[in-house]
Design a protein around this ligand. Sequence first.
Ligand SMILES: [Zn+2]
Length: 244
Amino acid sequence: MNALLEARTVVSLGSRILVAQGVSDAFGHLSCRSPERPDRFLIPRSLAPGLVTPDDVVELDLAGDPVSPALGAHLFLERFIHTEIYRRRPDVQAVVHSHALPVVPFTVVPGAKLRPICHMCGFLEGAPTAFDVAAYAGPSTDLLIRNAELGRHLAEHLGGASVVLMRSHGYTVVGSSVQEAVFHAIYTMKNCEIELSARGLGEPAFLSAGEAETCARTISSVTGRAWELWLRQCLPIEAASADG
Ligand SMILES: [Zn+2]
């Protein structure tokens, strides 16, 4: 299998894992930087993530345009989230954007932050407060990152962090691989679920900065184990179709 086809396959599998784990529903998207050219990336055409096959994954340049215009594929409006992060973060090899409901409360309370609450989520240390698109696009938008300028502001707000919240919308995570980005997307949601649950008991304690750093280092070496399990928990597309 050549490198591009392999990357397309990994993007399609990651997309389906995100659905199986409750991070994506009919919406959201996962991309990876091209293994052949750092100024290109691979992302599904505009399609529900659970239906993505390798053939649905298109190659775009950092302007958000298809490398192969003949494809004529309908593209995600919010592909500029991906283009502008890839431009500014050479360390990033994969990006996930999600609207997972447990995360959204953290985007709507002014000043709220994602803070690592368990040992699996040290990567959240340093995540900024929510990006507010209205600060750049005014009070009457659909909140989507529809162009490169908004994508640039979002990428600048992300800075060197792993996760950026998006007000009244969702969140975007990055990783050094598709496997790591998928792990970050899933465990950002789990961290939010734990915090929301813990707050019913009282004010929770969070990891110290030192604990977060050490935990992140330890956990980053075992994300492959999670990927293998999550892959096997995905319903094959053929079976999903047969079930209607
Ligand atoms: Zn979105």
